[in-house]
Ligand binder design. Structure first.
Ligand SMILES: Cc1cc2nc3c(=O)[nH]c(=O)nc-3n(C[C@H](O)[C@H](O)[C@H](O)COP(=O)(O)OP(=O)(O)OC[C@H]3O[C@@H](n4cnc5c(N)ncnc54)[C@H](O)[C@@H]3O)c2cc1C
Length: 371
C-alpha cells in the first residue's frame, strides 16, 4: 500500500513546479509521491496559460498542447497604443488542464507516484523525517516539497515560503469567451489606472476561446473586480457578444519568499513567490525552481542529510540563475512605482546601487582570482 511506504520525497501539489521537481527526483531512482487535492491536475486552475515559446522547446511540449502561437504584443495605454510584432512566435498559450496533465504524466512515467483528491492540511516533523497529514491518511517521508501554489500553507507549517497579505498579493479573475477559430494571435494588455491602479486587463487567445481577465493588487482594489471586468467586456465591440463559458479566479503573489528551506522542507513555484510582480508571469519560474529543487533533493538524498544547512544548496543554485536576477529587478521596479514617497525611494535606490556593486565586485573577484 502507498500509505504504509516511507517515501524519499513528498511533493504537495501537482502543478508545473511540483511535477517538474518530482520528475527530476524520480528519474534518479528515488521514491517520490505527489499529493494533489484536485481530481485532475490543472482542473479549475485560474491562469491565462501564456508561456514563453522557449519554454515549449525546453519542455518538448507536443504541438497538440499548444493552443496559439503568439506573434505580437499590443499594449493599450491611456495615451495611445503600442504594437510590437515579431517574425517568430515569442509566446504561446495552453490550457492548464492539458499542460499540467502532460507534466504530471511525464513525472509518473519516470517513476513518481500520484494520489489525487488528497488534500494536505498539516505536516509534522520528527527525528526520522516528516509526516504529511491528509484527508486520505498519513504519509511519511524524508523530505517535503511545498508546491501548492499561492497560499500561506508552507509559511504556517514550516516558516518557509510566502506570507500573503493585501499589499503583496494580486487578485486575478478571468472569463473564457467562446470564439471559434479566433483570428486573434496577439497578447493584448490594457492599462487603465482609473479603474485598475495597479494591474491590467488582458486578452489571451486560445484556438476556440479567449481568456479575458484582469488583475489588481488587493490593497489597491477600488471597485468590485468582476464588475470592472464585465464593464470592460461590455464596452468592447469585439468581445461584448461572445458567450461566457467559464469564470475563474485566483491569487498571484507579488512577494519573494526570504526562506526557501528549513529542516526536511523546501518550497517552490508560487508557494515561494516566484512570480514577476508586474505582469504576474509565474509558469517559467515554477518550472525553473522545480528543476533546481529536484536536483538539490537528489543531492541531499545521496548524502542522506536533510537539515536546513544541507538543503541550502537549492537557494544557492537559484540565486546564481538569470531568472532570480530578473525577479529581483522586477521587484525593485515594482517597489519604485508602488511606494513613491521620498524615504522609500531613497532606500530603493540604495538597494539598487548595493546590488549592482555586489555584481561588479563578484565579477572583479572572479577576474582577479579566477574560479
Ligand atoms: C488568473 C491568473 C492568470 C495567470 N496567467 C498566467 C500566465 O498567463 N502566464 C504565467 O506564466 N503565469 C500566469 N499566472 C501565474 C501561474 O498560474 C502560476 O505562477 C503557476 O501556476 C505556478 O505554478 P505552481 O506549480 O507553483 O502552482 P499551481 O499551478 O498553483 O499548482 C499548485 C497545485 O497544488 C495543489 N494544491 C494546493 N493546495 C494543496 C494542498 N493543501 N494539498 C494538495 N494539493 C494542493 C493545487 O490544486 C495545484 O494543482 C496566472 C495566475 C492567475 C491567478
Amino acid at each position: 500500500m502507498l500509505r504504509q511506504d516511507r517515501w524519499d520525497t513528498i511533493v504537495i501539489g501537482a502543478g508545473p513546479s511540483g511535477s517538474t521537481a518530482a520528475r527530476f527526483i524520480a528519474q534518479c531512482g528515488f521514491k517520490v509521491l505527489i499529493l494533489e487535492r484536485e481530481r485532475f491536475p490543472g482542473q479549475g486552475k485560474a491562469c491565462g496559460g501564456g508561456i514563453p515559446f522557449g519554454l515549449i522547446k525546453q519542455l518538448s511540449l507536443p504541438e497538440s498542447i499548444i493552443e496559439k502561437k503568439i506573434y505580437s504584443h499590443i499594449l493599450h495605454f491611456p495615451s495611445g497604443v503600442k504594437i510590437y510584432k515579431y517574425r517568430r512566435p515569442i509566446f504561446a498559450t495552453v490550457y492548464r488542464s492539458s499542460f499540467d496533465r502532460f507534466l504530471v504524466e511525464r513525472a509518473v512515467s519516470m517513476g513518481a507516484s500520484l494520489i489525487t483528491q488528497c488534500r494536505v492540511f498539516n505536516i509534522i516533523k520528527n527525528k526520522e523525517g516528516t509526516t504529511a497529514i491528509t484527508n486520505r491518511g498519513r504519509f511519511f517521508s524524508k523530505l517535503i516539497i511545498f508546491a501548492n501554489g499561492a497560499s500561506n500553507l508552507a509559511y504556517r507549517m514550516s516558516g518557509v515560503g510566502i506570507n500573503l497579505r493585501k499589499n503583496n498579493t494580486y487578485l486575478a479573475i478571468a472569463y473564457e469567451l467562446d470564439d471559434k477559430n479566433t483570428a486573434l494571435d496577439a497578447f493584448e494588455v490594457f492599462y487603465n489606472p482609473h479603474s485598475i491602479p495597479w494591474g491590467y486587463y488582458w486578452i489571451f487567445p486560445k484556438r476556440d476561446r479567449l481568456n479575458v481577465g484582469v488583475d489588481c493588487l488587493c490593497s489597491k482594489i477600488k471597485k468590485n473586480l468582476r464588475f470592472c471586468l464585465d464593464e470592460f467586456i461590455n464596452t468592447d465591440r469585439y468581445l461584448r457578444d461572445k458567450k461566457r463559458i467559464r469564470f475563474i479566479a485566483g491569487l498571484i503573489p507579488a512577494c519573494l519568499a526570504t526562506r526557501l528551506v528549513s529542516d526536511n522542507v523546501l518550497v517552490i513555484g508560487d508557494a515561494a513567490g516566484m512570480v514577476n510582480p508586474i505582469i504576474g508571469e509565474g509558469l517559467k519560474y515554477a518550472i525553473r525552481t522545480g528543476e533546481l529543487a529536484g536536483v538539490s533533493c537528489v543531492d541531499t538524498l545521496m548524502l542522506k542529510r536533510f537539515d536546513r544547512k544541507t538543503l541550502l544548496v537549492y537557494p544557492r543554485r537559484f540565486h546564481r540563475t538569470g531568472e532570480f536576477c530578473w525577479l529581483k529587478i522586477w521587484h525593485l521596479i515594482a517597489g519604485f512605482f508602488s511606494n513613491l514617497d521620498k524615504q522609500t525611494l531613497f532606500m530603493q535606490i540604495s538597494i539598487v546601487y548595493i546590488y549592482i556593486a555586489r555584481i561588479i565586485f563578484k565579477f572583479m573577484k572572479k577576474k582577479i582570482y579566477g574560479g
